[in-house]
Design a protein around this ligand. Structure first.
Ligand code: MN
Length: 423
């Protein structure tokens, strides 16, 4: 067991019950405050540990990571040091924060310097994302979409059970929490027998996803083996991959999604390390037919992560509209990375790999409004009595996720995005 994951550990920092950020988590992010420029922090309870100040005080010397690595606008310079270095830093911070350790807790001045309140912090996009790839790895989601738009008898396309299907998205429009987005405009074709129209998207949707962030991969021409794939994963975050369904339907033939997807995707600001997720490993669904050899893995490659999506109307209350789980994914992340690089494609430090919409087996666990409202035929009623088939102007969509067992809860926090009217 990784010592930093020990469920019996307690911190000298007071942590609220049900916090997503106990001492067993220690996720990394980029934050600033009124007095501090952007830097690397670790979330614990409702506080943030300032890693730049911690390193400046000599507290991270044993990790051999220089303080300058933490005074950056992204986690990339830190991730470029590789898994050994990022793991050492998490383990060292875990030691420093334990109830029995007096290195920080005994020094009032230092304590003040390195502790910030999350409520005083602005969270920034944690990673300078080079390339963004989105997969399509939930069988339930692919089946639902195929049933709605093609043929219920042949809902999955013939390649789906052989290939972890994916496409290259756009990195520039990935945002983090508390950043509003503007309803996109574009071409649509609402009626089959009439010409296309142009205007604001009417079928704006979320996609309940997660994503993983990569370390530097292998050079162009080399492939990452499915059983070594996790060595190249830094950590995971929540991911809401916004989609304009009406624009998507008209534009996607023959080359796939374009403007229906690239106007925004929202990622949560704290990256939970693969180490912290270790206690929550679980089996993936059985795969039949047997995948090609390069996709055959051993061990448990998925994680039990509870996922929720909420809609909050302007000045209204939050409504949970779906509860799903990362473990429903048919193709796991190791298979995704092995597939992505099997042709020799090079993976770079700071790439983001989206899971694809994660739908569960029951209608209350579907990962998009498209499925929840079944193409708009079954509106959802919110607590204020209003109905939603898709997302309206003024709505805030909030994604949350956490792992939980008998002894510990390791969470991702949230990512929250408000929709502004079209320009
Ligand atoms: Mn997606």
């Amino acid at each position: 067991m990784i010592e930093a994951n020990n469920p019996s550990l307690k911190s000298w920092i007071e942590i609220e019950e049900n916090s997503d950020f106990p001492i067993q988590n220690l996720p990394f992010g980029i934050y600033s405050t009124k007095k501090k420029s952007k830097r690397v922090g670790i979330a614990i309870g409702s506080k943030i540990i300032d890693l730049h100040e911690l390193a400046n005080a000599g507290m991270l010397e044993s990790t051999e990571v220089f303080p300058a690595v933490f005074r950056q606008e992204s986690l990339n310079p830190f991730m470029e040091l590789g898994k050994d270095a990022t793991r050492k830093v998490r383990n060292k911070v875990s030691q420093l924060l334990r109830a029995s350790n007096t290195d920080i807790k005994g020094q009032a001045g230092l304590k003040k310097k390195i502790l910030d309140k999350q409520s005083d912090a602005i969270m920034h996009l944690p990673v300078k994302i080079g390339d963004y790839t989105d997969f399509y790895s939930s069988k339930e989601h692919a089946t639902n979409v195929g049933t709605m738009f093609r043929d219920p008898a042949n809902a999955l396309l013939p390649n789906w059970l052989y290939i972890p299907v994916g496409y290259h998205g756009r990195a520039s429009s990935i945002i983090t929490t508390e950043q509003d987005i503007v309803r996109p405009k574009g071409q649509q074709k609402p009626k089959d027998d009439e010409p296309p129209t142009f205007g604001a998207c009417k079928l704006l949707d979320f996609e309940l996803e997660m994503a993983f962030i990569t370390y530097e991969g292998k050079p162009l021409g080399d492939s990452i083996d499915v059983n070594e794939a996790e060595d190249y994963m830094f950590g995971m975050c929540l991911f809401n991959d916004w989609s304009a369904r009406d624009i998507q339907k008209w534009e996607y033939v023959p080359l796939g999604p374009f403007l229906a997807k690239n106007f925004a995707s929202s990622m949560s600001p704290w990256i939970v390390t693969m180490d912290a997720l270790e206690p929550f490993r679980c089996e993936t669904p059985a795969q039949s037919p047997k995948p090609f050899e390069y996709l055959q893995f051993s061990g448990k490659k998925s994680f039990d992560i509870k996922l929720e999506m909420y809609i909050q109307p302007e000045n209204g209350k939050e409504n949970c509209v779906t509860k799903s789980n990362f473990k429903y994914m048919y193709w796991n992340q190791s298979q995704q990375l092995a597939h992505h690089s099997v042709n020799g494609c090079n993976i770079k430090c700071g790439d983001l790999m989206g899971s694809g919409t994660i739908s569960g087996p029951t209608p209350d666990s579907y990962g998009s409004m498209l499925e929840l409202s079944w193409k708009g035929t079954k509106p959802i009623t919110l607590s204020d009595g209003s109905e939603r088939k898709f997302i309206l102007d003024g709505d805030t969509v909030i994604e949350r996720g956490y792992c939980e067992n008998e002894s510990v809860r390791v969470g991702f926090g949230e990512v929250r995005t408000k929709i502004l009217p079209t320009k």
